[in-house]
Design a protein around this ligand. Sequence first.
Ligand SMILES: [Zn+2]
Length: 321
Amino acid sequence: MKKLLFITAAVLCSHTLFSWGFYAHRQINYYAVFMLPPGMLVLYKPNIQFLSDHAVDPDKRRYAIAAEGARHYLDIDHYGTYPFDSLPRTWAKAVEKFGKDSLQKYGIVPWHIQTMLSRLTNAFKEKDQVKILKLSADIGHYIADSHVPLHVCSNHNGQFTNQQGIHGFWESRIPELLAATSWDFLLGKAIYIDNPLSFTWKRVLESAAAADSVLHIERNVTTQFSADRKYSFEQRNGQVLRQYSTAYCLAYDQQLNHMIERRMQQSIVSVASFWYTAWVNAGQPDLKQLVNKNFSDEDLREFDELNKAWLKGQAQGKDCD
Ligand SMILES: [Zn+2]
């Protein structure tokens, strides 16, 4: 009984215990660097560790700032059925139709990516190294989130269909299990994006179209596994944790026809291409000659505070990792 209580507590606390929730974001920013042209690599390659480590800052910020949560998702099904034409694609028209408060409530990820792109473009124009790196790490996160089907679906953790846990299963457990050994992330060169807003909406609609498969295939696979085969118990940091078993993960991945690998690959291409587009739109500044090369005390304090808020952590708004 004691053991059961302990396991239950560990599962309930899984949000803070499962440190691999950040794994995919870090990988996406990391591999995006290799798609950049030499004029950008000169800055991005030496800072690849920073870009990877700080890919998760926006998720940590959700523990410090209430407005942060809405930037990571869009409950697109709130606006009808695919292709959700009732939702205007531009921010101005969407605000006009629904009002800011309502848009915030159902998520703003496609528009927040555009805000971040313009901030990053300005940072390139100012040749401000610290800003370029921080904003590159951040925008990578939001772009990656927009590629996750359950970030574009109100049933984001299977809570309406008795599939609780599917969010972390799809975006954390399976990448953690398979990415390093079986998935290919060397993907060629970044492309210039002529129309970032419509590019973003294409990715969002792909995610929305895939959400149904993510959910119904999980239900199918569940019928093929008894509960004791669906889950396994693992020791981690001295705790016993329940998680989806390897056999179950492999079966799901197979039946999804490797969708998670493809969405992660597309995320990497998109992140690199947004970074590249910001640089081109800023006039391709020489990144060997930059100002503000060191993080200020204020920057370091901000990183520290994000970490503290996250470790203490009660997420404000909807959970997304
Ligand atoms: Zn997120």
